[in-house]
Design a protein around this ligand. Structure first.
Ligand SMILES: CC(C)(COP(=O)(O)OP(=O)(O)OC[C@H]1O[C@@H](n2cnc3c(N)ncnc32)[C@H](O)[C@@H]1OP(=O)(O)O)[C@@H](O)C(=O)NCCC(=O)NCCS
Length: 189
């Protein structure tokens, strides 16, 4: 397995994590608005540990959540990528696509642009048959990205996230899917 260290889109480089990403990454993960659909914002220590796990995922699988860098300014703006689903779910084993961007880079199409690049990687380089994505029912901005890249909700697969306590408003999750054939159809427009 040759690890996929870097990808590129029109305006972004999707690259490996660098030690000096921690400052911006920790600021992003400490922002309550960015973390509105997660149980809690992260401390700096938790963000550092998360970067360690993201690097570990690349080492184990050869793909993961890439750090996003703007080509125009070189700024670190967040992450987008592919992760193996690591909890018990009816749809697992599966590879999920996900994203998190710093707030000042929202509304510019960067998440969707990076996500298109990751989907191409999933199907054209990794030869996956299907990619899933999930988020809490209320996370409409994330669902908009899923829809923008051609994913379709699978209403029969909505689920209660096992890592979120019962009764928590973020526990009910929706599941979106896209398979290779559907992805190829999006390329034909
Ligand atoms: C989910 C998240 C990444 C979406 O970011 P985003 O910037 O809204 O998403 P996109 O990159 O698809 O950008 C789309 C927006 O950019 C606008 N846009 C501007 N220029 C654009 C361009 N060149 N191409 C496409 N869209 C563009 C679109 O009109 C759209 O705006 P709208 O939402 O007001 O309609 C962001 O809200 C986030 O980081 N949230 C917190 C983390 C999170 O919840 N992650 C998901 C957990 S499962």
């Amino acid at each position: 397995m040759t690890p996929i260290l870097e990808l590129e889109s029109a305006r972004l480089v999707l690259r490996q994590w660098q030690d000096d990403d921690l400052r911006e990454f920790a600021a992003m993960c400490a922002d309550p608005q960015v973390m509105r659909y997660f149980p809690a914002p992260l401390t700096r220590l938790e963000s550092a540990a998360l970067i360690g796990r993201l690097r570990g995922h690349f080492a184990e699988y050869g793909f993961g959540l890439w750090a996003l860098e703007r080509k125009d300014s070189g700024a670190f703006i967040g992450m987008t990528g592919l992760l193996t689903v690591n909890f018990n779910a009816a749809f697992a084993p599966a590879v999920e696509i996900g994203w998190r961007l710093a707030r000042r880079h929202w509304g510019l199409g960067f998440a969707s642009e990076a996500a298109w690049t990751c989907l191409r990687c999933a199907f054209a380089q990794l030869s996956l048959e299907q990619v899933v994505s999930f988020t809490s029912e209320s996370n409409l901005p994330s669902q908009k990205v899923m829809q923008a890249i051609g994913m379709q909700q699978d209403p029969g697969s909505s689920f209660e996230h096992p890592r979120i306590p019962p009764g928590h408003p973020l526990r009910p999750h929706v599941l979106y899917r896209i398979n290779r054939t559907q992805w190829q159809a999006t390329l034909r427009g």
